[in-house]
Design a protein around this ligand. Sequence first.
Ligand SMILES: Nc1ncnc2c1ncn2[C@@H]1O[C@H](COP(=O)(O)OP(=O)(O)OP(=O)(O)O)[C@@H](O)[C@H]1O
Length: 279
Amino acid sequence: MENKLIEFRNVSFRYTDEQPWVLKDCSFTIYENEWVAIIGHNGSGKSTIAKLMNGLIFPQKGEILIGDKIIDEQTVWEIRREVGMVFQNPDNQFVGTTVQDDVAFGMENRGFPREEMIRLIDESLSAVGMEKYRLTEPYRLSGGQKQRVAIAGVLAISPKVLILDEATSMLDPKGRLEIMETVAHIQTERDLSLITITHDLNEVTQADRVIVMNRGELWKEGTPREIFTEKASLRQIGLDVPFSSTLAEELRRYHIPIEKEPLNHEELLEELWTLHSKM
Ligand SMILES: Nc1ncnc2c1ncn2[C@@H]1O[C@H](COP(=O)(O)OP(=O)(O)OP(=O)(O)O)[C@@H](O)[C@H]1O
């Protein structure tokens, strides 16, 4: 059995006593070295989960563990070193006047020695392909480059898990693809866990596991293929399914026996090719 990294135990949360519960009795586990995508309609509680994982807010009911530590006021500073987060809008995340200052910021806050900081700035900027931009002012960068720098800043503190909360949603398809390729590569290289909160189905299909949220409750968890097999229920809770999966559904209506749920067009073509060669 893999090692547990993050565990939600019957977590409920609301922003104020007057407001309704935003998360209701959520229990799930994230393991070391896995990539989990969290999906759900707008307002289903995904970003709230990310903020809870980083100790930006605390649950009123239940508990959250990182490794064997419960997140509370005492452990939160230690835990923030283990849980790195990158948000949607890169412009709200910049604090440095140059790229290297920005990457250094998280380390300065945590009192890293200077020599180690210099080494880690180099290492993390090259991990995201931004080593040439050390002295560039952040406002001169493109959206995708800014997100790379934000990721480098998080990587520099060597977290155990990297959470991307809609971190690619402001990028064009090419920028998205490039960032996700970089992140997937870093994840395997560094044995990180990766949690992506996203509406991008292409990203979801690449994850090892998917957690589906609906109205503050954990609706289902499973592999992308297991999740996307349930197309009708997903649509009912306001979620989309990959185009290849919808197309397979249509083809089955025409009695074309597509067996495996195709997660992308390559898999669908492969299925069709196999059927064709049996004819
Ligand atoms: N700071 C806040 N104060 C009060 N209510 C909030 C706050 N942040 C979020 N909420 C509410 O909590 C609920 C869950 O929000 P959350 O941002 O976690 O959803 P989400 O699934 O990430 O949505 P989206 O896909 O739109 O980003 C929503 O009803 C939202 O209005």
